[in-house]
Write a protein that binds this ligand. Structure first.
Ligand code: SF4
Ligand code: SF4
Length: 440
C-alpha cells in the first residue's frame, strides 16, 4: 500500500496510547452551560433569547450574524441565566449566553429525511447552515460557506481529514472506529453536492484498524477511496493534506476550492450527516482529555458549552500537578491558566502535561544547523523569518514568504537552540495582516 506524504514535517512523541483504547463516553453536564456568540470565523451570532427564557435541546439561541457566521443551539434544556462577557480559551472575553441546565433534556423535534436523493443541493446546504456547522478541526469556518464555492463544477476532491496528526489527540480515531457509517454517510452527503468529485478518506498509517474498517465499508463505492498517509506531523494541515493526496499546492492567497478541493475533518463530516439525514443541529462533539497528569485519560462526547472543569472531573481528576494545560493539541493548541472556560464547537482536546518543554529549556543563540528549514512543511527559512520578525522588518518578512507560514510549530520543535520561532513568525504574520486591514 503506497503511503502519501509531503516534504518536511517532524515526528514528535505521539502520546496517543494514553487514551486510544477507551471507547467514547457520553458526558452529561451538571452545571451551567456557556455558549460564546463568537465560536466560529465570521460575524458573531445574535442572541434570540433573553434572561428567564426556557430553552430546549436543539433550540436556536443565537442566529447567524451574516452569511459568514453560524447559529448556536442549546445543548441542554433549562433557563437562560443571562447574556454576559465570559473568558474564552484565547484569553479574551466574549459575549456568551448562559443556560442553567434543568437536567430534563427536553428536546425540539428534528426533521429527519428518508433518503439523501430526495434533497436538492440547495436543501442540503440550507440544512448544514441551519445546523450551525463550522469546521470542528479548530478553524471554525462556517461549513455552508465552504460547501458553496463559486465554481462547484471545478471541485474534484472531497478530502475527509482523518489524519489526526497532532500528538495525544485520539478523538477522530475513536470516531472512525466506533461510528464509521456516520463518517461515510457525511461524505456521501457532500458528494451529492459536487457531481464531478471523488471522496477520499485520508488516514495516517498509525491507525491501521481505521484504514481497514473504512476500506471494508467503502468496498463497491465507486466515488469513495481510502487514502493511507505516512504518519508525520503536520500531515493533517490542510495544505499538506491536499499536496499529499492530490499533488496540488495551495498558498495563503488561495482557498482549497481554488485547487479543486474541499477538506473537512471527521467530526465535521459526522455533524453534516446528522444535520442532513436526522435534522439535528451541531450541539455535541468528541473531546480528548489526556496527558500524563490525568488519572483516566479518554474521549468524551460532550454537549458544547460544558465547562472544562467537568471534563477533568469525569476523567478521574489529576494525579499530579500539571506544568502546562493546553486546550487543543500540544503543537497548535492554546496554553491556558485555569479551567473555568466553556468548550465550544471547535474544542478538540484538553491536555495536562507534567513538563513544559518550552519553559524548561532556555533560549540560546542560533547555531545555523538548518533543522528548522528541513522541518518546515511550507518550504520557508524559519530562522531568517524569526529574525525579521524580532527586528520588525515587515518588508523582508513578506519578501521571504513569511505569510505562507501555517503556524504548525515544526520549526520551534526542531530547534536545538530553543528559539521561539513559531511564536515570532506567528505574531509578525498577525501584525502584517492587521496593517493590511488598516490600509484597506
Ligand atoms: S515557519 Fe511556519 S510553517 Fe514553517 S515550520 Fe515554522 S511554524 Fe511551520
Ligand atoms: S533550528 Fe534553531 S539553531 Fe538551527 S538554524 Fe534554525 S533557528 Fe538556528
Amino acid at each position: 500500500m503506497g503511503l502519501l506524504t509531503f516534504k518536511g514535517g517532524i515526528h514528535p512523541y505521539d502520546g496517543k496510547d494514553l487514551s486510544k483504547e477507551k471507547p467514547i463516553k457520553k458526558l452529561l453536564p451538571k452545571g451551567e452551560l456557556v455558549y460564546p456568540l463568537s465560536q466560529h470565523i465570521g460575524a458573531p451570532a445574535n442572541p434570540v433569547v433573553q434572561k428567564g427564557d426556557h430553552v430546549k435541546v436543539g433550540q436556536v439561541i443565537a442566529e447567524a450574524g451574516g452569511f459568514v457566521s453560524a447559529p448556536i443551539h442549546a445543548s441542554v434544556s433549562g433557563t437562560v441565566k443571562g447574556i454576559e462577557p465570559r473568558l474564552t480559551v484565547t484569553g479574551t472575553m466574549a459575549k456568551a449566553i448562559i443556560v442553567e441546565n434543568d437536567n430534563q433534556y427536553e428536546t425540539v423535534e428534528y426533521e429527519a429525511v428518508d433518503s439523501l436523493e430526495s434533497l436538492s443541493k440547495e436543501e442540503i446546504i440550507k440544512k448544514v447552515q441551519a445546523a450551525g456547522i463550522v469546521g470542528m478541526g479548530g478553524a471554525g469556518f462556517p461549513t455552508h460557506v465552504k460547501l458553496s464555492p463559486r465554481e462547484p463544477d471545478k471541485i474534484e476532491y472531497i478530502l475527509v481529514n482523518g489524519a489526526e496528526c497532532e500528538p495525544y489527540l485520539t478523538s477522530d480515531y475513536r470516531r472512525m472506529l466506533e461510528n464509521p457509517e456516520w463518517v461515510i454517510g457525511g461524505l456521501k452527503v457532500i458528494l451529492q453536492l459536487f457531481d464531478r468529485a471523488k471522496g477520499y478518506i485520508c488516514i495516517e498509517d498509525n491507525k491501521p484498524d481505521c484504514i481497514a474498517k473504512m476500506t471494508e465499508l467503502t468496498k463497491g463505492e465507486s466515488r469513495i477511496e481510502v487514502k493511507p498517509l505516512k504518519t508525520k506531523y503536520p500531515q493533517g494541515a490542510e495544505r499538506c493534506l491536499i499536496h499529499a493526496t492530490t499533488g496540488r499546492d495551495v498558498n495563503s492567497s488561495m482557498l482549497p476550492a481554488d485547487a479543486g478541493c474541499i477538506v473537512d475533518n471527521i467530526d465535521t463530516v459526522v455533524a453534516i450527516h446528522h444535520a442532513v439525514m436526522w435534522g439535528q443541529p451541531l450541539m455535541h462533539r468528541v473531546v480528548t482529555v489526556t496527558g500524563d497528569c490525568v488519572k483516566d485519560p479518554r474521549n468524551f462526547e460532550i454537549c458544547t458549552g460544558t465547562n472544562y472543569e467537568e471534563l477533568v472531573e469525569e476523567a478521574g481528576g489529576l494525579k499530579m500537578e500539571p506544568e502546562k494545560i493546553i486546550v487543543g493539541g500540544p503543537m497548535m493548541g492554546n496554553a491556558v491558566y485555569g479551567l473555568k472556560l466553556p468548550s465550544t464547537k471547535t474544542s478538540s482536546a484538553l491536555l495536562f502535561l507534567s513538563k513544559d518543554e518550552v519553559s524548561a529549556s532556555p533560549e540560546t543563540a542560533c547555531i545555523n544547523c538548518g533543522k528548522c528549514v528541513t522541518g518546515c512543511p511550507a518550504n520557508l527559512i524559519p530562522s531568517r523569518l524569526a529574525t525579521y520578525a524580532e527586528n520588525h522588518n515587515e518588508e523582508a518578512f513578506v519578501k521571504w514568504e513569511g505569510m505562507e507560514c501555517v503556524a504548525c510549530g515544526c520549526c520551534s520543535f526542531s530547534c536545538p537552540a530553543k528559539r521561539p520561532l513559531t511564536q515570532a513568525i506567528k505574531s509578525m504574520r498577525a501584525m502584517v495582516l492587521a496593517n493590511r486591514k488598516k490600509k484597506a
